[in-house]
Ligand binder design. Structure first.
Ligand code: MSK
Length: 630
């Protein structure tokens, strides 16, 4: 198997166990203990049958009490909870996108934020019908930022980005009345519908869940992805490393965590500044190592090659190494536990956003106007904290893997250009990939996304599913914490081609790619939507006909449900390893796993048995191939 040795889940668990011993010495707890304290979970909550949207309750549905005080049945209660969950996710991603638009609005040629990809900005401006001729690039950036911000609250019309979808998909959305209008409107409408005395009909609640999801994936998240590329550069393949061993015991370790690259980009910039490196040395360190956790990690890995310390359920581990001088966070997926945990060590837990304020943190408010000075202040604080380290508590697991990351759609198209036998010119399109799929060299593709969840053995589902998929010649595109699971295991090392079936292995060799392709952070699932849209247009097929499925085996956040809704609504069958709190309603289950297919030609499958989950995905891909006669 060449020189690749995968890191196993068992090895990662052993490293975590060793770190928890350090935690026990200093009286720290961690999620493993809190899970025990919270188990068993409330059955009403698990099934989604508890309603607390008004003060007459809470009402809980049982065989003896089949309706709430207002008379709402279990299907209405489960449906409302599902829509509220979606709205939370859509709001979160979209607000991230909005912040990026504000950062773009503040970009200046001599400022902290610059336009790093002017060609992409011009391309999007032309797509949106904005005049570009003779315009200063920064004037254009500000105009585009303002135009994008208007998408959040415009009174009329639907999302601009929808035009990227094939006409067939746009028509499905129109006919099903799920075309998202203003982004904020879809979130507000969802919360209006779930207010006491509004919708309790599952069909209506599911329809709005798809619409709110689309406002995220084909609205707010797409703004986040596309304008992050404009500001910080469109990712290209770049080498990095992943897992806790990327932290360096001799250096000042700064860990960036969260989602918005506006913060992490600045921290990376200053950590690389010779003045700051000299400062770290004056404090007794040999240098500065920045590494990442969660989607922030994906953002800076794919643009700068910054190493990935870990994913969601590894966030406490970085502090437990005893070698983390500062963990610097912005928004989303940050454990409040980091506050008390950091107090057990010398680590500074630095919060930076008014949206994510937490006890036991040092709050250094970060905004676009003062980004440079705040980032410098944060790096200095970390350097000064090096001397407070307690050497007897330092243990960094010797565990890391090589990874090649940064496969934006643009990079993917460019990379696959050479992999074709076509007699016609297919360059700059997805046609080489289509050829690989239609010829059967690659059987299909799976978009692997989402978090970790203690309900599933962490990373196990991600890694085992991916191994089986690539062995069956199915290429994997991954984002979020799923991508980090792959990188930590070694599946983003190009040598992982040796784990593939013969067809995918050949493609990996020809294109010089790993079999699991890193497409970015959670908002970058919008990249995957554009990829399938292009595949459909270039092949003349509908998205739902492509042998492509989506999968979130270990998901946990509201954002993941919003994502699931827009992936399904885009025409991609989506497989979940964790139930989205709908088990209490047969009608909701029916709508999500079958009913929505009539509107969008795709639906959910929920399967908590991981072996069965992967087999169902492979079967679905093969069914689609058979239907196409390929
Ligand atoms: S960070 S939403 S735990 S993928 Fe985007 Fe990871 Fe899930 Fe957060």
């Amino acid at each position: 198997m060449g020189d690749l040795k995968l890191t196993t889940v068992e090895e990662m668990e052993a490293a975590t166990a060793r770190l928890l011993e350090t935690g026990a010495k200093v009286g720290a707890d961690a999620w493993q203990l809190r899970v025990k304290n919270q188990t068993p979970h409330c059955k009403f909550g698990e099934q989604g049958v508890c309603c607390r949207i008004c003060a007459m309750g809470p009402c809980r549905i049982t065989p003896k009490a089949p309706r709430g005080i207002c008379g709402c049945d279990v299907h209405g209660i489960v449906g409302r909870n599902y829509l509220k969950f979606t709205a939370g996710g859509a709001a979160t991603h979209s607000d991230h996108g909005r912040e990026i638009c504000h950062t773009l609005y503040a970009a200046q040629p001599d400022g902290a934020y610059k336009v790093k990809d002017p060609e992409k900005l011009i391309r999007i401006a032309k797509e949106w019908g904005v005049e570009t001729e003779g315009k200063d690039i920064y004037d254009l950036a500000h105009e585009m930022a303002e135009t994008a911000l208007m998408e959040y609250g415009k009174p009329f019309g639907v999302q601009r980005w929808l035009k990227r979808a094939p006409e067939h998909t746009q028509k499905l959305w129109h006919d099903a009345e799920i075309e998202p209008r203003a982004i904020d409107r879809e979130v507000a409408t969802s919360l209006h519908m779930t207010h006491m005395g509004c919708s309790s009909k599952p069909e209506a609640l599911v329809r709005q869940s798809l619409r709110a999801g689309l406002a995220d994936g084909w609205g707010g998240s797409m703004c986040g992805t596309e304008f992050s590329d404009v500001l910080f550069g469109t990712p290209k393949p770049i080498d990095t490393e992943a897992n806790l061993g990327v932290m360096n015991a001799d250096n000042v370790n700064i860990v960036v965590h969260g989602h918005d690259p506006s913060l992490s980009e600045m921290v990376c910039e200053y950590a690389d500044d010779p003045e700051m490196i000299a400062y770290a040395k004056s404090m007794g360190a040999k240098g500065i190592t920045v590494s990442g956790v969660c989607c922030t990690s994906n953002e800076v890995a794919m643009r700068r090659g910054i190493p990935m310390a870990g994913n969601f359920l590894q966030q406490e581990n970085v502090v437990l190494t005893g070698a983390c001088e500062a963990i610097v966070v912005d928004v989303q997926c940050i454990f409040p536990a980091l506050g008390p945990l950091s107090k057990c060590f010398h680590t500074k837990f630095i919060t930076t956003s008014p949206i994510a304020q937490m006890p036991d943190s040092d709050y250094i408010r970060f905004d676009v106007g003062t980004a440079a000075e705040k980032a410098k202040q944060i790096v200095k604080i970390a350097c000064e904290n090096f001397k407070n380290r307690k050497p007897d508590l330092v243990y960094i697991p010797d565990m890391k893997q090589k990874a090649t990351v940064g496969y934006s759609l643009e990079a993917l198209v460019k990379t696959l250009d050479g992999v074709t036998n076509s007699q016609v010119d297919v360059t700059g399109t997805t046609k080489p990939l289509i050829e690989c799929i239609t010829s059967g060299v690659i059987r299909g593709a799976v978009a692997m996304v989402g978090c970790n969840n203690p309900k599933i053995r962490p990373d196990y589902a991600h890694i085992e599913l991916m191994k089986k998929l690539i062995a069956n010649d199915i290429v994997v595109v991954a984002s979020g914490c799923s991508a980090q699971a792959a990188a930590k295991a070694g599946l983003m090392d190009k040598a992982a081609k040796d784990l593939c079936g013969a067809g995918l292995k050949r493609v990996c060799e020809l294109a010089d790619i790993p079999p699991v392709l890193h497409m970015g952070s959670c908002v970058d699932i919008s990249r995957m939507m554009v990829l399938v849209a292009e595949l459909a247009k270039d092949s003349g097929l509908n998205i739902s006909q492509l042998p492509v499925v989506g999968c979130a085996p270990e998901w946990m956040s509201e954002k993941a449900v919003s994502i699931g809704n827009y992936v399904v609504a885009t025409g991609i069958d989506t497989f979940l390893g964790v139930d989205p709190y709908v088990a209490g309603s047969s009608e909701m289950g029916q709508w999500l796993t079958e009913g929505v297919r009539d509107w969008v030609e795709a639906a959910y499958t929920v399967e908590t048995d991981i072996e069965k989950l992967v087999d169902k995905m492979i079967d679905r891909i093969e069914e689609k191939r058979t239907a196409l006669g390929i």
